[in-house]
Write a protein that binds this ligand. Sequence first.
Ligand code: URA
Length: 209
Amino acid sequence: MDGVTVIDHPLVQHKLTIMRKKETSTAGFRRLLKEISTLLCYEVTRDLELTMERIETPLEEMDSPVLEGKKLVFASILRAGNGLLEGMLELVPSARVSHIGVYRDHETLQPVEYYFKAPDGLNERLVIVVDPMLATGNSSIAAIDKLKERGARNIRFLCLLAAPEGIRNFQSAHPDVAIFTAAIDRHLNEKGYIVPGLGDAGDRMYGTK
Ligand code: URA
């Protein structure tokens, strides 16, 4: 699928299988989510630009690569997106974090924002929007609408599972935003759940129902 990278690393696939199992506990699910998010973060940042910096090792001077540009932003779509943040921040501790609470009004179909916090200079930063499940795509579309209104131009979307219907909806709204996912499942059911999926990601990570 154009514009979609499926992260097929064996460790990612193995951990995802355990997360899908209904008998996996809340504690186990959360631990796996943290581990898998570190691996996903590694893949979504694999082509970041580097610049050379003059440094001194204990032996001599050399030009050595460092990340170019302003600090990354990890933008979490509340609440399930927060489950991906911890592992990602372990890998990129200097990243800035944005939290976005948004939903699409069923009648007007307009995005309703109930929370938005982001660092300055969104127009100069790579923003990686995170939400474990790309289901209908409506909340991620709305969150990215809000980020773009505040100037973000360079955006990627990272999730754990995606539904084909959600990918199509997302790409028609934001064709410029690359999607990274660990798997594309079969379809959405009538309640908007990804099938076979893993259930409600928020409930599974926080032990709510
Ligand atoms: N959100 C979830 O947490 N799970 C789904 O299957 C779909 C949306």
